[in-house]
Design a protein around this ligand. Structure first.
Ligand code: G6P
Length: 612
C-alpha cells in the first residue's frame, strides 16, 4: 500500500527520499513522486510505474532540497496516472497521504465552492486545499493542520510541507502507520522504519491521533494540542538483513531463510524439550481462565489460523474459531467472555485485523466481559502488538516479498508454542506430550533444509505449469489450509487462476473442472488420511487430470504417466503443514519466474494492507 518518506535536514535529502521509496517498493504501488522545498518553491516530480522511473526524472531535473516528502501510491481513488500521483500541491502546500479520506467528496464540493480547482481524482488533494484555506487565517502551519484534521474522516497518515516553512515538516497519524526516524541534526518520517535504516536506527512510533512538528533540531508531538513525550526506540535491524543478498528475488531469499527463522522463533520459548519458565509468563493468569479461542486474520495469516484450529482442538481440547477479519468486523459477532482473541498478522498493521481487534475490545468493554487479546506478529513495534494484552513474536526478520513465506511458517511455529503453553497452564497437555512436540519442533529446521533440496526438481516440474490457465490444490486435514495457501501463492505471483480444496470436497464440484489441461497439486504427508487421498488421486486421473504430488517419501506414491511425485522427508503429521508449505512456495516462485511476472511486487497487490 502507499508509502511515505519525508525529512528535514541541513543537507539535500533528494537521494535519501528516493532510496527510502525504493525500500518501500515491497509494499506494492503503481506510481511514485517527490516534492522538495527549495528557496520558497516546491519542486516536484511524479511518474507512473516504478521508483526507477521517478529516479531517472529526478536525476534529469536534478531537483534538490533539504526539506521534502515522497510517496509511492497504490491507487484507491482515481487511476494510476501522473496527475493522481502524490505529492499533491495547493499553491504553497504539498501533501503525501497513506489511507483513505472517506468524506472527500463532501469536502471537495465545499472547496470547489470556495474556488479551488482540482487537478486529480484523488481523495488526498482535498487535504492540500484544506490546509491552504486554513492558512488564510493563521500563518502557523502546525495550527492550520491541527484545525483541518477533525474534518477528515477515515484512516490516514500525512506528511506536509510548505514553501514559507523551510525548516518544518508536519506529520499526522490517524489509522495508518507512521514512524519518526530520529537523526542528528536531521529528522525523518516514514510509513515503515525499513525505509530509514540507511540514515538512522532510532525511531519514535507514533500513536493514533498524533500530530507532529519536525525541524532539523526538534521533534514535537501533540495530542489534543498538548505536547507529549513518546519514547525513542533503538532498532537492531541492519540495512543488510533487509537486502536481497545473492538471491534473485526477496521471495526466494525468504523461502531459504525459513530454517533459521523457525529456529529463532522457537528458541525464544524452548529450553531443551520443555517450555522456558519465562515464556509468556505474564499471560499465565489469563490463559488459565480461557474457555475458547477466536482467531482473526487476513490472507496468508488466516491460513495459519485455520491450521491452528485443528491443533487447538486436537491437542488441548480447546474450542477454536477462525475468521477472516474483514468478515468478523462487520457481522456483529457475539463477544464471549473468557475467550482468547488472537490476531495473526505479519505486519501488525493490516487495517481489517486491527479494526476487528479494536471493535472486539470495545464490545467486550461495553458488556463488561473479561476477554484476553493476543497478537502473533513479525513486527515488534506494530499497532497490534501495542494494542493487545499479550504478544508472541515471529522472529522471521523483515519480510519484503509481497507473497508471505517465512512469516507464515514462523506463525505456525509460534501458534504451536502458544498451544503448548496454554496446554501446560490448563493442564490439558501432559508433560511427555509437550516434550515430544518440542523435540519435533527442534527437528523442523533440518527437515525444511532437506525439503529445500527438491528445489531443482520443483523447478523442472514448474515448466509444465507455465502455459496453464488454471490449477487445483488438494489436501486433507491440516493440509487443506496448505492447499488454500498453495493456491493463494500461485495466483498472487504467477497470475494463474488457482483454487484450494479439501480433497473430500472434490466430488462436490471441482471434479467437474478436471480435464487434460488441469494440473492438480496434491499434498500427501504420511497420515491417517493418506488412503482416502489416494482415492481422490485416482478420481482425478480417471478424468485425465495431471497430478503433481508432494508426498511423504514412504507414502508409496510413485512417478507414472501424468503423475509427477516430489518426495518430502518424513515428518510427524502434526507438524507436516509447516514442511509442506515449502514445496508449494517453491512451485509458485518458479512458475512465476518462468512466466516473467514481478515476483516480489505482483501487480495490484500490497504487502501491508493498511486500508480497507
Ligand atoms: C496482504 C499480503 C499477504 C498477507 C496479508 C495479511 O494481502 O500480501 O501476504 O498475508 O496481507 O497481512 P498481515 O500483515 O496481517 O499478515
Amino acid at each position: 500500500m502507499c508509502g511515505i518518506v519525508g525529512g528535514v535536514a541541513e543537507r539535500s535529502i533528494t537521494n535519501i527520499l528516493i532510496e527510502g521509496l525504493k525500500r518501500l517498493e515491497y509494499r506494492g504501488y503503481d506510481s511514485a513522486g517527490v516534492a522538495l522545498v527549495d528557496q520558497c518553491q516546491i519542486l516536484r516530480e511524479r511518474r507512473v510505474g516504478k521508483v526507477a522511473n521517478l529516479e531517472q526524472a529526478v536525476n534529469e531535473s536534478n531537483i534538490q532540497g533539504s526539506l521534502g516528502i515522497a510517496h509511492t501510491r497504490w491507487a484507491t481513488h482515481g487511476k494510476p496516472t501522473e496527475n493522481n500521483a502524490h505529492p499533491h500541491i495547493s499553491d504553497t502546500v504539498a501533501v503525501v497521504h497513506n489511507g483513505i479520506i472517506e468524506n472527500y467528496q463532501e469536502l471537495k464540493d465545499d472547496l470547489e465552492a470556495l474556488g479551488y480547482v482540482f487537478t486529480s481524482q484523488t481523495d488526498t488533494e482535498v487535504v492540500a486545499h484544506l490546509i491552504h484555506d486554513a492558512l488564510k487565517s493563521t500563518p502557523d502551519l502546525l495550527k492550520a493542520v491541527t484545525q483541518i484534521v477533525p474534518q477528515l474522516k477515515g484512516a490516514y497518515a500525512l506528511g506536509i510541507v510548505h514553501t514559507d516553512h523551510p525548516n518544518e515538516l508536519i506529520a499526522v497519524r490517524e489509522g495508518s502507520p507512521l514512524v519518526i526516524g530520529v537523526g542528528i541534526g536531521e529528522n525523518f518520517i516514514s510509513s515503515d522504519q525499513l525505509a530509514l535504516l540507511p540514515v538512522t536506527n532510532r525511531f519514535i512510533y507514533l500513536e493514533e491521533g498524533d500530530i507532529v512538528r519536525l525541524t532539523r533540531e526538534s521533534i514535537e508531538i501533540f495530542v489534543d494540542d498538548q505536547l507529549i513525550d513518546r519514547p525513542v526506540k533503538e532498532l537492531d535491524a541492519t540495512v543488510s538483513n533487509a537486502s536481497k543478498g545473492e538471491y534473485k528475488h526477496y521471495m526466494l531469499k525468504e523461502i531459504y531463510e525459513q530454517p533459521e527463522a523457525i529456529q529463532q522463533t522457537i528458541s525464544q520459548a524452548l529450553n531443551g524439550n520443555a517450555l522456558r519458565d519465562d515464556f509468556l509468563q505474564h499471560a499465565e493468569v489469563d490463559f488459565k481462565n480461557i474457555q475458547q479461542v477466536q482467531i482473526i486474520a487476513c490472507g496468508t495469516s488466516y491460513h495459519a489460523g485455520m491450521i491452528a484450529k485443528y491443533w487447538f482442538e486436537q491437542l488441548i481440547d480447546l474450542p477454536c474459531q477462525v475468521e477472516i477479519a474483514s468478515e468478523f468486523r462487520y457481522r456483529s459477532p457475539v463477544i464471549v467472555g473468557n475467550t482468547l482473541y488472537v490476531c495473526i498478522s505479519q505486519s501488525g498493521e493490516t487495517a481489517d485485523t486491527l479494526a476487528a481487534l479494536r471493535d472486539t475490545q470495545k464490545r467486550a468493554k461495553a458488556k463488561s466481559l473479561n476477554i484476553t487479546t493476543m497478537t502473533i506478529c513479525n513486527v515488534a513495534t506494530s499497532s497490534m502488538v501495542r494494542e493487545t494484552n499479550h504478544h508472541l513474536l515471529t522472529l522471521a526478520g523483515p519480510e519484503i516479498g509481497v507473497a508471505s513465506t517465512k512469516a507464515f511458517t514462523t506463525q505456525l511455529a509460534a501458534l504451536m508454542l502458544l498451544i503448548l503453553k496454554i496446554g501446560q497452564i490448563k493442564q490439558t497437555m501432559p508433560v511427555e506430550k509437550i516434550a515430544e512436540i518440542t523435540a519435533e519442533l527442534w527437528h523442523i529446521p533440518k527437515v525444511i533444509l532437506d525439503t529445500l533440496q527438491n528445489d531443482k526438481e520443483i523447478l523442472r516440474l514448474s515448466d509444465l505449469f507455465k502455459e496453464k490457465q488454471h490449477c487445483l490444490f488438494l489436501g486433507r486435514g491440516t493440509q487443506f489450509p496448505i492447499a488454500l495457501e498453495g493456491a493463494l501463492k500461485l495466483k498472487e505471483i504467477s497470475y494463474i487462476h488457482a483454487e484450494g480444496y479439501a480433497a473430500g470436497e472434490l466430488k462436490h464440484g471441482p471434479l467437474a473442472l478436471v480435464d487434460h489441461d488441469m494440473p492438480v497439486v496434491i499434498l500427501a504427508p504420511q497420515d491417517d488420511m493418506l488412503d482416502k487421498l489416494k482415492s481422490n488421486m485416482e478420481e482425478v486421473q480417471a478424468r485425465g487430470g495431471e497430478l503433481f504430488v508432494f508426498a511423504d517419501e514412504n507414502s508409496g506414491i510413485k512417478n507414472k504417466d501424468r503423475q509427477h511425485v516430489v518426495n518430502v522427508p518424513t515428518i510427524s503429521s502434526l507438524l507436516a503443514p509447516i514442511v509442506y508449505s515449502i514445496p508449494v512456495q517453491l512451485l509458485s516462485y518458479h512458475v512465476a519466474v518462468l512466466r516473467g511476472t514481478d515476483v516480489d511486487q505482483p501487480r495490484n497487490l500490497a504487502k501491508s494492507v493498511t486500508v480497507e
